[in-house]
Design a protein. Structure first.
Length: 119
């Protein structure tokens, strides 16, 4: 059996993907490791330049000691520092503005219609 990686677009055997309690991941191990390396190197470079790693998330503003070096997965450019939940949320929505706008529209619509509340 094979699967297409959502990052590189290549069809690879299932053994090329991490599997956990949620099932087989959508990003191959090679792409995942590549982006983890980008983040590690970016964080190291930041520190070597004498810059302090912030403790406040650039997305939600919460203060946390567990901050993540965020980068654009296409250009590899540093975007900012995020808390883990914001980093995961953006990733799960595909790092895509249109997806975020649809999620916002959903929340606005469901809140107004009352479908988002319990009886």
């Amino acid at each position: 059996m094979t699967k297409i990686c959502i990052k590189c677009g290549e069809e690879k055997p299932l053994t090329a993907y991490k599997t956990d309690k949620r099932g087989t991941r959508n990003v191959c191990i090679q792409c995942r490791n590549f982006h983890l390396t980008i983040a590690r190197k970016g964080k190291s470079k930041w520190i070597k330049e004498g810059r302090e790693i912030p403790q406040q998330c650039d997305c939600c503003g919460k203060v946390t000691e567990k901050i993540v070096y965020d980068h654009d997965h296409v250009t590899l450019e540093h975007r900012g520092w995020l808390c883990h939940p914001c980093n995961q949320g953006l990733g799960l929505l595909g790092d895509d503005i249109a997806s975020l706008e649809r999620a916002m529209q959903y929340l606005q619509t469901s809140s107004r219609s009352g479908t988002g509340s319990l009886p």
